[in-house]
Design a protein around this ligand. Structure first.
Ligand code: LLP
Length: 471
């Protein structure tokens, strides 16, 4: 059930009209529903409840601390891919032993941090990583619990940029090399080989590729066991798709039945790493129309959200449903439009060729299914403050990440010493450029905008360049 529905012609998030939040917080903003996060998490966790499994939410999908804590309270662990994400998981209340650390390029510093925290599992993706982890862990007098991530060479049949299980992808250890590396891992100091991990991609809309990958992994478990090696844990990754448009992804209960088919007789603890399935449809991006422009061949609805807020359409040609916050009257005329952001890139299209009603400046729109890989992929490109995040819970809402102020955006940068007036004066006094600067100043007096050294450094003409005509 969606928790973003129209009531009396206005779109609500649970019991709160989105227009009210827009009025109080400004636009654009991300809005998440606690009820949707909870339902999505429980649908998955309950389907797998009999399987001796741990559900580790993939923080890369949405790492807002309030979202993570909402899931932590339901029992979720965390799948993290950086020290930053691990810090977020811990700060949100996920115990370290429920965190698994994935990713092809963990640094030694990150390994140290994770070992100190006491994380539950490292998903190791290469031989050099295994050696480095052994070195770091044994140096610290610790033992790293390891699952080797296998690349099963299975095509997930998803967008090519989010497929991870083909032999040409950078992820995992080549299937043929996995058994030998596993055996070597057993001999390394500071390493406890617990099992195998696999993740073949994201937004999978059929079970076939999962099944193929799991069969490959199950085959490897049998091979390892027959060689006398212990395998007690399998991490089956994430990847279950959601509805953005007209997809018909498998329900978690179908997925669970397939896992049972393929894995139950192996008698392993299971780990799952869903991200999108839990957060994707639990969030929307709310934006306001700035202008409607009728181009020579198209209607452009120019809104105040852009590719810096929601990158998915530009990066993957991803589809996000668009709807007006005020429900169009029944039978309202629809016509084609591109919903675009203000960023100076042709690719800044949030929703191309959509049938939308008449819209005008100030109207509010939502982009649906934006709770996963939305805010986390935002940037400040074009020096736009990324959109704030709101969490709704019944009839209350809270700002769980504030809009960044321009002061904060500007304060990120530092002026190099040699660009400040004092430094350039110091240097110029001892060099022959001194006279040149004096000349330049006479011919082009710097306007007296502010008195800070920084401001005057910006407006000081460079000697010999940009000199204004002296007449
Ligand atoms: N585990 C691993 C090792 C992963 O690499 C991923 C996603 C997941 C779990 C979670 O997958 P999910 O359940 O969310 O499908 N930015 C892209 C998606 C990138 C996914 C990367 N890995 C997008 O917006 O579609």
């Amino acid at each position: 059930m969606s928790h973003f529905t129209y009531r009396d012609g206005a779109l609500f998030a649970e019991d709160i009209p989105l227009a009210r939040i827009a009025g109080e917080v400004g636009t654009p903003f991300y809005c998440y529903s606690t009820a949707a996060l909870t339902e999505n998490y429980l649908a998955f966790a309950d389907a797998l409840a009999d399987l001796n499994g741990l559900v580790c939410f993939a923080l890369k999908a949405n790492s807002n601390l309030a979202v993570i804590r909402t899931l932590a309270r339901l029992g979720a662990g965390a799948d993290v891919v950086s020290e930053g994400e691990l810090r977020q998981a811990l700060a949100a209340g996920i115990p370290a032993h429920k965190a698994v650390f994935s990713g092809v390029g963990k640094t030694r510093t990150e390994m140290e941090f994770a070992l100190t925290a006491g994380i539950g599992q490292f998903n190791v993706e290469s031989a050099p990583e295994l050696d480095a982890l052994s070195h770091v862990a044994s140096g610290m007098g610790k033992t790293a619990i390891v699952a080797l991530r296998v690349n099963p060479d299975v095509d997930a049949q998803t967008h090519h940029k989010i497929a991870t299980g083909r032999s040409e992808d950078k992820f995992g250890i080549a299937y043929e090399d996995s058994a030998a590396l596993y055996a070597r891992g057993e001999t390394l100091p500071g390493i406890d080989m617990a099992g195998l991990a696999v993740h073949i991609g994201s937004q999978l809309i059929s079970l076939g590729p999962f099944r193929a990958a799991f069969q490959r992994v199950a085959g490897l478990v049998r091979e390892l066991r027959s060689a006398g090696l212990g395998v007690r844990r399998l991490d089956l990754g994430g990847g279950l798709g959601i509805v953005y448009d007209s997809e018909e992804p498998p329900h978690p209960t179908d997925y669970a039945a397939m896992v049972r088919d393929e894995m139950a007789d192996l008698d392993c603890e299971l780990v799952f790493e869903p991200g999108r399935l839990i957060a994707g449809n639990a969030g929307v991006l709310v934006t306001r129309v700035i202008f409607v422009k009728h181009g020579a061949s198209k209607r452009f609805v120019i809104v105040d959200a852009a590719m810096n807020d929601l990158l998915r359409p530009s990066l993957y040609d991803a589809h996000h449903g668009v709807e007006p916050v005020i429900e169009p009257a029944p039978g309202a005329a629809l016509s084609r439009a591109d919903v675009v952001g203000p960023i100076c890139e042709t690719g800044d299209v949030l929703a191309g060729s959509r049938d939308l009603p008449a819209l005008e400046d100030g109207d509010l729109l939502v982009l649906r299914s934006a709770g996963a890989y939305g805010a986390v992929m935002a940037s400040s490109y074009n020096t736009r403050p990324p959109a704030p995040e709101i969490l709704v819970n019944g009839d209350q809402y809270d700002v769980i990440r504030a809009r960044q102020s321009y002061d904060i955006l500007l304060a990120r940068d530092r002026m190099s010493d040699w660009l400040t007036v004092r430094a350039s004066n110091r240097r110029s006094r001892s060099s022959s450029t001194r006279q040149q600067i004096a000349l330049t100043r006479r011919s082009a007096p710097a306007p007296s905008v502010g008195s800070s050294p920084l401001t005057s450094a910006f407006i000081l003409p460079r000697p010999g360049i940009n000199r204004l005509p002296t007449r």
